[in-house]
Design a protein around this ligand. Sequence first.
Ligand code: BG6
Length: 480
Amino acid sequence: MAVVFPEGFYWGGATAANQFEGAWDVDGRGPSVDDHFMGGSVEKPREITLDIDPNKLYPNHDGIDFYHHYKEDIALFAEMGFNMFRMSISWSRIYPTGMEDEPNEAGLAFYDKVFDELAKYGIEPLVTLSHYEMPYALVEKYNGWESRELIALFEKYCATVFERYKDKVTYWLTFNEINCGTSAMGALFETSMIQGFEGPASKVVVTPQQCYQALHHQFVASGRVVRLAHEKYPQFKMGNMDCFILSYPATCDPADVLANLKEMDRMNWYCSDVQVRGAYPYYAKRYWRENGIELKVEDGDMQDIADGKVDFYTFSYYMSGTVGTHEVEMMQGNMAMGGKNPYLEATDWGWQIDPTGLRVALNEIYARYEIPLMVVENGMGAFDTVEEDGSIHDPYRIDYLKRHVKAMGEAIDDGVDLIGYTWWGPIDLVSAGTGEMRKRYGFIYVDKHDDGTGTYERRRKDSFFAYQKIIKSNGAEGLE
Ligand code: BG6
């Protein structure tokens, strides 16, 4: 039986400003934290520099230059049939240091043009307010989200973009993969706690106290802006965004089952329990106690959190892992690592491919929250080869796509209220984890390379047409 996707299902792609806009210092934009990250690879972590050295290569500076190619790119998304496009706003394009009283008009005008272009094709924007970036000045002054001061600065930025785009954007997400803030690597990207740090990204050290305090500030900030949205813009729909790393017990040893349950609590449920239910979950106190965490909670914080419950739940899904108490071989990931699973194959970058896990995740999340869900990132980073005639054959990506779409269809049939799917990186862009271009996710190839060379020419890969077919039939065809 063919899978049946509901009418009006959102099909699209997802991006992040810092990974694809480029134009890092154009039209008044201030440097963002990612502008201090050099390129790396799986073997060589990205280097962070305190100053921007003109003799070094920072891949996010130019990204794939969506800033100057947005018309062409949006036309290609429309050609694939997108009715949703996930993007983020670069905070430092709007407030270059985060601390100005007045926003940067040129930055605001850029997103007006992008939203207008999307509207031309009937593509609904899904906007992430904070996707792994902030003005670098806030890192220097406050050590990112470690400081409570960030709450008010973030509110100011959100109030500005809400008011400006109230007639153009309905769907908003507060923080990308907020739950990555529970770990040191995630703290690097998600909470930007790298004040004064220079060196390989893997050497950043943060304590659990810093991570969970920073998350508390983000929960309060998220709660306040969701409340503002609900009060002032009732048409808005506000979502959270989690990086769902499904994990299985490594064996049926009860100790492994328990270890996995606790890891699922930390990694996958802690943040969404707060953002969906509006309070810290029952298991938080013990976790804080055992990890030496003493949260500083001010009067009104818990009310802000309670008032800021999200309307829909969104997540990224790339892989699954295993957790156990016995010795396990670790898999590779960018934020979270789990153990290897002998039943699964992995991508060129070692991420275990598990479409069935997506169906499991969708069922588990929906059973817990019973609010609409969206998969707002899913995809595979792979090496692509451009043939002599310019074509790009990527059957591996098509296979990954089809299997995950099928799994979503099954979950819908299970009864899950899934309302949308945005593939990560519908167009090649800079990898967050490694800073590489050769780790390609796109259905659209971009001629841009790790050494900074390239013409920025766009080309349709075979997967472009595969996704187009799936979208055109609303998931009824193209999955064989
Ligand atoms: C998610 C992030 O973790 O995964 C994206 O939200 C990121 O920003 C994506 O690009 C893929 O990871 P990577 O490291 O391959 O770019």
